[in-house]
Design a binder for this molecule. Structure first.
Ligand SMILES: *[C@@H]1O[C@H](CO)[C@@H](O)[C@H](O)[C@H]1NC(C)=O
Ligand SMILES: *[C@@H]1O[C@H](CO)[C@@H](O)[C@H](O)[C@H]1NC(C)=O
Ligand SMILES: *[C@@H]1O[C@H](CO)[C@@H](O)[C@H](O)[C@H]1NC(C)=O
Ligand SMILES: *[C@@H]1O[C@H](CO)[C@@H](O)[C@H](O)[C@H]1NC(C)=O
Ligand SMILES: *[C@@H]1O[C@H](CO)[C@@H](O)[C@H](O)[C@H]1NC(C)=O
Ligand SMILES: *[C@@H]1O[C@H](CO)[C@@H](O)[C@H](O)[C@H]1NC(C)=O
Length: 672
């Protein structure tokens, strides 16, 4: 222990000596905007026109399990973090997770009831802070105090939004900041005394450092040195992500049977998803640029050996390799999105933004029912049933993990999944560090109202059905000229841009961004971003199909059985899905054909992420084959070079996010 403590001091000494005088946290490449600046499309109250994706998702989410769990779900329905009595509640993280997701959901869906819930929760928590500064259900109990459950990313940021900045009264913000500073002082002492960290906290040290950076950037109170010192201590006592992601140590296959040199939790899916950003978080306080290279290589190695065509990676509790029947956890999906947004903001590499968009429009909706009342714990690329599995394809998760329900396998994803959509929306636009320019990162329908440097008031609306359309129409009003940037995804082919009804020109992105010189007044930008159909090689000679941001799958017709219904909330159901038609096909990739339907009304159906509702489809010639079922519940690996057992048929592939049972890694054959 003494070695670690002295290392911490040495490292602090180095940081202070080499630090710049102006700012000792390295700047990010792009700045995030305060919650509420970026809104899902401008027709927030327009219930007649629910055609635009993000708002739709936010409203469906607010009306679904996310928006209603506080009314009945035991982990968050009490006045504090407690509730469940299972071992799970030892870390008391449920309330923090819930708060982290529901504050932005309430603000962005403009939902007064959710905003009231989060505000009541925060006031209860602040009212019960004890004299030492501790916050949480351990107050006045003998329960051990662990920092992890109190350190969730941006727990502090939403608190400020919740109680402070959404109100006219700035003394409310002072109250939150005061309480948080008292807690930080206590946590600092605990770290000095080697208290408050167990392996979850140690593996997720970057989440606490991120929170401290937010305080450093916004309310440092003259205590910058203390904050930097704490960040160094967290890194030094935390998991060594630079070594975990190193080529020599990193697992290249599913991990059951392998021994991690850093302990099991280093290969835990959600820890990895959060750890993806660890080196970028630490770069800000070490100013060591090598750490950015390690973060970038870490991102690549995870997807190389465990990546999914859905954008996510596989870990059915622990890293699970490339096989299509293995699982990807919902918590991991939303944490990877958040890590990717942060990595983009620190490093500025297009690959992070492309993948976050792919995960959001594919892996996230695929693992929730269309109405967002039921969620899985694990999704599979090839998922021929969602039911209690026999045998269980997930060596270290329960057989109930792919059921769509209230809390299959573990409750954490019930309380953690709501952060996905609203944080994606909030991070859809960023600022350049000089605050003169807006950058549109994640494509979709939004409205933004911001004041840029030089007191330049700017309003932006983006009108589009993207990702169910290739066209985006952006209208900007500005007091003064400025440079506007929009991301051109790497999958774009022959993209064009037209400004103010001028001729369309090919887009010319630099580092993934196309810039438009916007004049004072109103500017209209029309982007057309078509894409080719592409195929991705998967194990056993199988292929996955993509076009633009969407991954495509065969949507297996299904029957539905209600397995359980919550006694207090009948909409919270556990659903089993079983296939009612054949799914055993090989496809001929040379026949893949894209079909761009346009909804007649100009609107998308609501909810759009369910069977048969997407205006975009791909048809392909397929032939029936023999493809075994493993046990009675999951597809064995795609057969290699299968023989056709019947005449070819024309099947339709749908966006992966709209399918709940699916084949998305296909054997291939040649029709000619
Ligand atoms: C806010 O929540 C509290 C506590 O549940 C309730 O008493 C109050 O009526 C709610 N206010 C509004 C405006 O919904
Ligand atoms: C903790 O217990 C003390 C002594 O009974 C009481 O004064 C205090 O209000 C309690 N604190 C909280 C937050 O409940
Ligand atoms: C920067 O980070 C790398 C990777 O962790 C490390 O090997 C190197 O020693 C660090 N450089 C300094 C100056 O600390
Ligand atoms: C932008 O915000 C300002 C100040 O809150 C408000 O006056 C203005 O109407 C808003 N503009 C748009 C287009 O929403
Ligand atoms: C892009 O342009 C090339 C050359 O005209 C054409 O062959 C290709 O089909 C186009 N692709 C898309 C997606 O529009
Ligand atoms: C396959 O089905 C699609 C959609 O129904 C249709 O547009 C396409 O022409 C069909 N292709 C063939 C080869 O029959």
């Amino acid at each position: 222990m003494s070695t670690i403590a002295s290392l911490a001091h040495l490292s602090l000494f180095v940081a202070v000596c080499v630090g710049q005088t102006a700012s000792r946290l390295a700047p990010k490449k792009y700045l995030s905007l305060p919650l509420g600046t970026v809104k899902p499309a401008g027709w927030l109250s327009d219930r007649v026109n629910p055609g635009q994706l993000s708002l739709l998702c936010l409203k469906v989410q607010a009306a679904g399990l996310a928006g209603h769990q506080r009314e009945f779900y035991n982990y968050v329905s009490d006045g504090d973090w407690t509730g469940g009595s299972s071992a799970y509640s030892d870390l008391e993280e449920a309330g923090s997770y819930w708060f982290n997701g529901l504050v932005p959901t309430g603000v962005l869906a403009n939902d007064a009831s959710i905003q009231n819930q989060t505000q009541q929760f925060l006031e209860y928590v602040l009212d019960h802070q004890d004299s030492t500064g501790w916050i949480g259900p351990e107050v006045n109990t003998t329960k051990a105090r662990y920092l992890w459950g109190r350190l969730l990313p941006h727990l502090i940021d939403p608190s400020i939004v919740c109680l402070g900045e959404t109100k006219a009264d700035p003394s409310q913000a002072d109250r939150v900041v005061g309480a948080i500073w008292k807690f930080i002082q206590l946590a600092n002492t605990m770290l000095d005394n080697d208290e408050g960290l167990e392996d979850w906290g140690r593996s997720r040290w970057e989440e606490f450092a991120l929170t401290l950076q937010w305080i450093y950037d916004n309310y440092p109170n003259g205590q910058e040195d203390l904050l930097l010192n704490m960040m160094h201590k967290l890194k030094i006592t935390g998991f060594p992500w630079e070594d975990i992601f190193a080529e020599a140590n990193f697992p290249k296959t599913a991990t059951e049977g392998l021994t991690s040199p850093f302990g099991d939790l280093a290969w835990h899916g959600v820890n990895v998803a959060e750890g993806l950003k660890a080196l970028a978080v630490s770069y800000r306080f070490t100013q060591n640029k090598t750490e950015l290279d390690i973060a970038s290589a870490g991102w690549d190695i995870v997807f190389q050996y465990h990546g999914r065509p859905s954008g996510s990676f596989a870990a059915d509790e622990y890293l699970a390799g490339l096989e299509a029947a293995r699982g990807s956890e919902l918590c991991m999906v939303v944490e990877t999105m958040f890590s990717g947004s942060y990595l983009y903001q620190v490093i500025g590499d297009l690959k992070y933004a492309d993948r976050v968009e792919r995960i959001t429009y594919n892996a996230l909706p695929a693992t929730l029912t269309g109405d967002m009342w039921s969620r899985q714990y694990l999704q599979q690329q090839n998922q021929i049933a969602a039911k209690n599995m026999n045998p269980d394809p997930f060596p270290r998760d329960g057989s109930y993990s792919n059921v769509f329900g209230l809390e299959p396998n573990y409750p954490c994803c019930t309380v953690n999944h709501p952060q996905g959509w609203p944080k994606f929306i909030s991070n859809a636009f960023v600022l350049t560090p000089d605050k003169r320019s807006l950058v549109h990162v994640y494509l979709g329908p939004y409205s933004v109202n911001a004041t840029l440097a030089n007191n330049n008031h700017v309003a932006v609306t983006v009108d589009t059905l993207y990702p169910f359309s290739d066209t985006l129409t952006t209208t900007i009003t500005a007091d003064k000229p400025f440079k506007y940037y929009v991301r051109i995804p790497s999958w774009t082919s022959n993209g064009t841009v037209a400004v103010n009804n001028g001729a369309a020109h090919p887009v010319s992105p630099s580092n993934g961004l196309h810039s438009v010189a916007v004049e004072a007044g109103t500017t209209k930008i029309t982007l057309n971003l078509p894409a080719e159909i592409t195929t991705e090689e998967r194990p056993h000679g199988a292929i996955a199909v993509h076009r633009g941001p969407l991954h495509y799958a065969y949507d297996i017709p299904r029957s539905q059985t209600v397995l359980a219904r919550n006694t207090q909330q009948p909409l919270a159901v556990d659903l089993e899905f079983d296939a009612t038609a054949a799914w055993q096909y090989a496809i001929d990739p040379s026949t893949l054909t894209f079909h761009a339907g346009t909804p007649e009304s100009g609107k998308l159906p609501s909810p759009v992420f369910d069977s048969g509702l997407s205006p975009f489809t791909i048809s392909v010639t397929a032939c029936p084959i023999v493809w075994d079922v493993a046990g009675d519940t999951f597809a064995s690996a795609p057969p290699e070079s299968p023989a056709c057992t019947g005449s070819p048929v024309n099947i339709t592939l749908s966006p992966y996010g709209t399918t709940k049972l699916r084949i998305s890694e296909f054997p291939v054959y040649s029709a000619t």
